[in-house]
Ligand binder design. Structure first.
Ligand SMILES: O=C(CO)COP(=O)(O)O
Length: 253
């Protein structure tokens, strides 16, 4: 089907220079499937991006965890898409639930960011996902489709977009979505893209899962038809990230 497995490591706001050295060493020494089988992107905090980029094995790439919504200028504390491009940072994560909930980023704002980042040549990992309350009230599909729609309304080309489905109740909680729960939402999102964007975009866009992914559950999740990879938080800071990357072989088996 041609969707290359994608594993992202979101380091969030973690790490000292020493810890970053150690993680990079683990990543560089780990035995992983070839880049034909899996695309690996790690996302350190901004301050560590240049050092990680320069030291990381060449087949792995780096992502920023955010960027500003338009051209840089008088926006204290922000980092612009142009700066990332200028430093050769190929990817950016946008719309993570921690930014939506803690920093008040609306779906429209996230959609604007995705459109601007793509226009500057960045590739985007765009995050969507429902809270526990929304899941329990039965509105999961409404929430993820509204979040996806805000992006779809603002972009034309999906080539450089990966969608990360990250149920908020599964993030950092140890409470992973069951493979069936993940598959349900991934299949729904793919169908949403088919109806609202195009069959080609639905078929080619990677939809990855995030939320308490570990080496213990990654193979079973990877076995689901519409799960095209992972966005890993906590476990991406540990040696088990190598095993999670290796779960890509489930698809080619
Ligand atoms: O938010 C996440 C990745 O972006 C997931 O975090 P955890 O893997 O720590 O649950």
């Amino acid at each position: 089907m041609g969707r290359k497995f994608f594993v992202g490591g979101n380091w969030k706001c973690n790490g000292t220079a020493d810890q970053v050295d150690k993680i990079v060493k683990i990543l560089n020494e780990g035995q992983v499937p070839s880049p034909d089988v899996v695309e690996v992107v790690v996302s350190p905090p901004y301050v560590f991006l240049p050092v990680v980029k320069s030291q990381l094995r060449s087949e792995f790439h780096v992502a920023a965890q955010n960027c500003w919504v338009k051209k840089g200028g008088a926006f204290t504390g922000e980092v612009s898409a142009e700066m990332l491009v200028n430093l050769g940072i190929p990817w950016v994560i946008l719309g993570h639930s921690e930014r939506r909930s803690l920093l008040g980023e609306s779906s429209e704002f996230v959609g604007d960011k995705v459109a601007y980042a793509l226009s500057q040549g960045l590739k985007v990992i765009a995050c969507v996902g429902e809270t526990l309350e929304q899941r329990e009230s039965g509105s999961t599909m409404d929430v993820v489709s509204a979040q996806t729609k805000a992006i779809a309304e603002r972009i034309k080309d999906w080539t450089n977009v990966v969608i990360a489905y990250e149920p908020v109740w599964a993030i950092g909680t140890g409470k992973v979505a069951t493979p069936a729960q993940a598959q349900d939402v991934h299949a729904f999102l793919r169908d949403w893209l088919k109806t609202n964007v195009s069959p080609e975009v639905a078929e080619s866009t990677r939809i990855i899962y995030g939320g308490s992914v570990t080496a213990a559950n990654s193979k079973e999740l990877a076995g689901q038809t519409d799960v095209d990879g992972f966005l890993v938080g906590g476990a991406s800071l540990k040696p088990e990230f190598i095993d999670i990357i290796s779960s890509a072989t489930v698809k080619s088996a």
